[in-house]
Design a protein around this ligand. Structure first.
Ligand code: GLC
Length: 687
């Protein structure tokens, strides 16, 4: 009876009825070793069963992004995949709209990002989603990329640490993570077509576009890796032998490689290492069956594909008990909203704060003008595209500030724009102008300027009120022609549903603005590495990654170009000092210690950052991030921060040896509060 019930249950795509072993499907609920259970199941699988495991069911998957179908006869549950890296997307309701991933990165706080991932893993599981399509860890090669908001910024070390934290958070809740998009996917223009071919050096691949995938695979063991829309040095990512062999052979990735949607080009992709095609089997359905029938596709490869998928399904307990998820479940909660608010506040980057105009002090401020469409119902709390999460509500900046101001008996008035806004600013003690720039998948930006009318409004307000504060909602760097005219600037990114409560807590000083830039803000597009169309967005000969390893701050530092705001920058409401730097070398590794002290009068958080400079012979960027730690300090408190540098911290990729090398010579160990503010330095000689 149990067996029949199991078959009926699974046939409906609902869970197997119990965790007890099942006579028809002895691998269900078994306590045998995972590999044995997989083998036992695969012995019963026909070729048709196996082919059915390696591609999705297409658009019938809705509301999921993709589904590998149930196999009732073999008690294999359906595998349900849904976006994304900023929360449960794909139109699911009653979920938490978290701040954008670029905001999570701006916290420089892996523990907080792990909690961010836990929310997504828990809410996905609650909805019956087995695989979360995240994190997006691609490097921001150019600030015009339409998906910058969805990434962790321009540096592979920071992206790796954030990606590890996210994957551990998601998978700790029993949901699989699919780290994406592997690899060299850095623009929307010409994505998924060969003319978008990224012509990139081996050293840039190894030192910028791949290392964080290696770290995430090695440390967080994601169930799956999504191969990207990019074509890399002439071969599509989903059938690129170099990329796939590096992932599966060199890094020994045991999970399954899934194509981005419609990114599989042919059955050759599976031969090269692709394991699952989404959203449907255009290549890995009938064409694969035909290739198998004529002996043109190795059966052992098909077995490996299926084994990889099943192994992860067994690892995540999909054969051990009922799937608790319900698509209509209420999975958001006050606790999740509270964490969303914390992340939004800790992601807030205070870029300028002349005369300590912030935090707002009710002893000197009686009236606040809140200005801009972005402060009201039009508040921009998320980016566009597959990562878009539908919020249960949004606390707008105006709502958040109005509520918080009551507690301080500060009057708040609102004007969207135009003469009324300028007049209101003129008669208020402080003017807070909210400005937004929308970003989305499927479209790159043509400029990094705010809309002209927005720049004009900011300038007009600043002209009538010396205490003008600008709050930006952008997913990537923007120019600020008015920056010298305003008293304060905050980058709040896309802060999610709790935006208003988070920004109000920062503006009134209840929370110290803890954010630091995960991406450089250049003064203008003239300063970015891509100086011509051949570099961005490319020509019919592809996209020349001519800058090589000199991406982001690596470029500006090497060229001596002064950015508007540097990578890692961000102010606090208090001040910090660094001292007592100690470096102990142990062979090709080192331990670095430093004191960070809060020398101000308010509690606050600092991110101690460690950069390494290589010997000239290494032809490396002047400094590269190799460690960071966020510390929360009371006034007068000192923290002793320790960084451990392994050999990789001093390595560069040698294109002759096709391997990592550590050049002998003197290395510079630099510690401070941003890539451009490193007051302490020590030399380390490596033999
Ligand atoms: C998209 C995106 C990918 C997403 C997938 C499913 O095109 O590139 O990030 O997970 O399709 O929506």
């Amino acid at each position: 009876v149990l067996g029949v019930a199991a078959l009926v249950a699974v046939a409906l795509g609902t869970p197997t009825p119990s965790a007890r072993a099942d006579e028809h499907c002895p691998w269900v609920g078994s306590t045998r070793p995972r590999a044995e259970r997989v083998a036992q199941l695969m012995e019963r699988m026909t070729t048709a069963d196996r082919v059915r495991m390696v591609s999705g069911i297409g658009l019938e998957a809705a509301p999921f992004g993709g589904v590998i179908p149930v196999n009732a006869r073999l008690c294999i549950p359906a595998l349900e995949l849904a976006d994304g890296p900023a929360g449960v997307a794909n139109g699911f309701a009653d979920v938490t709209q978290l701040p954008a991933p670029i905001a999570a990165a701006a916290t420089w706080d892996p523990d907080l990002v792990e909690r961010y991932g836990e929310i997504i893993g828990r809410e996905a599981r609650g909805k019956g989603i087995d695989v979360n399509l995240g994190p997006t860890v691609n490097i921001v090669r150019d600030p015009r990329w339409g998906r910058t908001f969805e990434t962790y910024g321009e540096d592979p070390y920071l992206s790796g640490r954030m990606g590890v934290a996210y994957v551990e958070g998601v998978q700790g809740q029993g949901t699989m993570a699919m780290v994406k998009h592997y690899a060299v996917y850095n623009q929307e223009t010409n994505r998924n077509v060969a003319v978008g071919d990224a012509v990139v050096s081996e050293r840039a691949l190894r030192e910028v576009y791949l290392p964080h995938f290696d770290v995430i695979v090695d440390e967080a063991a994601p169930a799956s890796v999504m191969c990207s829309y990019a074509t890399v040095n002439g071969e599509h990512a989903c059938q690129n032998p170099l990329l796939l062999e590096t992932l599966k052979s060199e890094w020994a990735f045991p999970g399954f490689v899934t194509s981005d949607w419609y990114a599989a080009q042919s059955v050759d992709a599976a031969a090269a290492g692709l394991d699952v095609e989404m959203p449907a089997g255009f290549s890995l359905g009938t064409p694969l069956e035909q290739a198998l029938a004529r002996g043109a596709f190795p059966r052992l490869r098909l077995d490996d594909m299926v084994r990889r998928i099943l192994t992860q399904m067994f690892r995540f307990g999909m054969f051990d008990g009922p799937d608790p998820g319900q698509q209509a479940a209420m999975v958001t909660s006050a606790v999740h909203a509270g964490i969303a608010r914390d992340v939004a506040a800790q992601a807030t980057v205070l870029l300028k704060n002349d005369d300590a105009v912030l935090p707002l002090d009710s002893s000197t401020v009686d009236s606040v003008a809140v200005i801009g469409a972005a402060a009201g119902p039009g508040a921009l709390t998320r980016g566009g595209g597959s990562s878009q999460v539908d919020p249960p509500y949004v606390v707008t900046p105006l709502e958040g500030i109005a509520e918080r101001a009551q507690a301080s008996a500060v009057a708040v008035e609102y004007a969207a724009d135009g003469p009324d806004a300028v007049a209101l600013a003129a008669q208020s003690d402080v003017a807070v102008v909210f400005a937004a720039l929308h970003e989305t998948e499927l479209a790159d930006l043509s400029t990094i300027d705010l809309a002209e009318e927005v720049d004009r409004l900011i300038a007009a307000v600043a002209a009538v009120n010396p205490r003008t504060i600008v709050v930006l909602n952008t997913g990537s760097p923007v120019t600020m022609p008015w920056v010298d005219e305003v008293a304060a600037v905050i980058e709040a990114w896309y802060p999610g549903q709790e935006y208003g409560s988070a920004i109000a807590s920062v503006l009134f000083g209840d929370v110290d603005p803890g954010g630091r830039l995960p991406v450089t803000f250049p003064r203008s597009l003239d300063d970015v590495p891509a100086s011509g169309p051949e570099h961005w967005p490319g020509t019919d000969r592809g996209v020349e990654y001519a800058e090589g390893v000199f991406v982001g701050y690596r470029w500006y530092d090497a060229r001596g170009v002064d950015p508007l705001f540097p990578f890692g920058a961000g102010l606090s409401y208090t001040t910090f000092a660094f001292d007592d730097l100690r470096v102990r070398s142990e062979g090709a590794t080192a331990t670095v210690e430093v004191n960070v002290s809060n020398i101000g009068a308010r509690a606050g958080s600092e991110v101690a950052q460690l950069y390494v400079g290589y010997p000239d012979r290494s032809d490396a960027p002047p400094r590269q991030l190799r460690g960071f730690e966020r510390v929360e300090l009371e006034p007068g408190e000192t923290a002793r921060v320790t960084f451990r540098l392994d050999e990789g911290a001093f390595a560069r990729w040698d294109e002759q040896a096709h391997d990592w090398m550590v050049d002998p010579g003197d290395y510079r160990i630099m510690v401070g509060s941003s890539s451009a503010d490193l007051p302490l330095e020590a030399r380390l000689h490596l033999p």
